[in-house]
Design a protein. Structure first.
Length: 375
């Protein structure tokens, strides 16, 4: 009897060894090829692949002109406001002046658009001590590390040089997990991952989507509610040229909309999964002289921003950093069941529910910039 038990245990252990050995080999190879693991990272440092967003553009302000596949986040505005208000103590003026700088000087987006626990910012002389302080604070506040601090020179700063830095981090969950939908098309791309609401989806899930307006399945806006004070606004059919104008258009259409604000039982919502990481250096504002109110002349030596954003059936995450060094030189509702299909060019905004402006915006036309297809 005892021999039989031992033999059974040995067989079980042998089978488990084969199974886990096979999984280890598969996952190791998938990590080498930058593919999602099937079972575990096996203690190795590894991040699941995200879309490279190599063709996406970033704008500096809500007032900047946008094209398809453009993203904005308010971190750079935070450090520009400190440059203008705390250091230069006047508007930043290039010769000739740039439209992007005029827009930054307006200070439309500021700390009043965010809760204090969602951002960190600081400025000072670019020293190793300041770098260590930033690393310590973002680890304490967000449990994060920086992707941009090593891009700056910390050892050769002058007494009147400045570095400005900010980080924003937001994580949110939906009250109920949305349905994971079948893969489908986005424009001409196949195998796109979607989540949302099917016909007969539970009322609890439908309640976390509010209709802002609906003119047709190509012209609408919806709002996704979260457990926190963050709201996800998704729209299609917008013709305006800036994120600020698009957001104002959404608000106006919402105020004039007289149809049902709820997702009815026979209506569907289809939203593509998003996961991308973008890093941008703004060369257009670098190496151009400008004056502080004191009369001292400065140039922006380096201006960098990163934006990471993910969204799926469970919730989403935004992380953005911005850094800059300055050196001296001397409608009516549709009667048919509505379809909220986000399967073509769309805009997405994130905002806090009690704030006037969003803190993140994107216009997405090329789905391959924000989702790896076929996984």
């Amino acid at each position: 009897m005892k021999n039989g038990v031992w033999k059974l245990l040995l067989v079980i252990l042998f089978v488990l060894a084969i199974v886990f050995g096979t999984l280890f080999i598969i996952d190791t190879n998938r990590m080498k090829n930058n593919k999602p693991v099937l079972f575990s990272t096996w203690g190795k440092k590894y991040s699941a692949p995200v879309a490279s967003a190599d063709k996406m553009n970033a704008v500096l302000s809500l007032e900047d002109k946008i094209a398809d596949d453009t993203v904005w986040c308010g971190t750079f505005n935070l450090i520009w406001n400190d440059l203008k208000n705390e250091l230069a103590k006047k508007d930043i003026e290039f010769t000739p002046q740039l439209d992007v700088v005029r827009n930054l000087n307006k200070g439309t987006f500021n700390t009043e658009c965010l809760s204090e626990d969602s951002y960190y910012k600081v400025y000072g002389k670019p020293t190793i001590e300041l770098k260590k302080q930033i690393e310590k604070e973002i680890k304490r506040k967000f449990n994060e590390t920086s992707d941009i601090l090593d891009d700056f020179n910390w050892n050769e700063s002058g007494d009147k040089d400045y570095l400005l830095y900010s980080m924003l981090k937001k994580e949110f969950e939906f009250p109920k997990v949305f349905d994971r939908l079948e893969k489908g098309k986005f424009k001409d791309w196949e195998n796109v991952k979607y989540f949302g609401i099917k016909k007969k989806t539970s009322e609890k899930v439908r309640e976390q989507v509010k209709v802002l307006y609906y003119n047709s399945k190509e012209d609408f806006a919806i709002k996704l509610l979260t457990k926190s004070n963050d709201e996800v606004i998704i729209s299609r059919g917008n013709k305006a040229n800036t994120f600020g104008e698009i957001y104002a258009e959404i608000k106006e259409n919402n105020e004039n909309f007289k149809g049902s604000k709820n997702i009815e039982e026979d209506e569907i919502v289809k939203i593509p999964n998003i996961d991308f990481k973008l890093k941008k250096e703004f060369n257009e504002i670098e190496a151009k002289p400008f004056l502080f109110a004191s009369g001292e002349e400065y140039v922006i030596e380096k201006a960098v921003q990163t934006i990471e954003f993910s969204l799926d059936e469970k919730g989403g995450r935004v992380k953005s950093e911005a850094g800059m060094t300055n050196k001296t030189t001397a409608l009516l509702p549709d009667l048919e069941p509505r379809e909220f299909l986000v399967n073509d060019t769309f805009c997405i905004f994130l905002k806090e529910k009690d704030k006037e402006l969003p803190y993140f915006a994107a216009k997405i036309s090329d789905i391959t910039q924000v989702q790896i297809l076929g996984n």
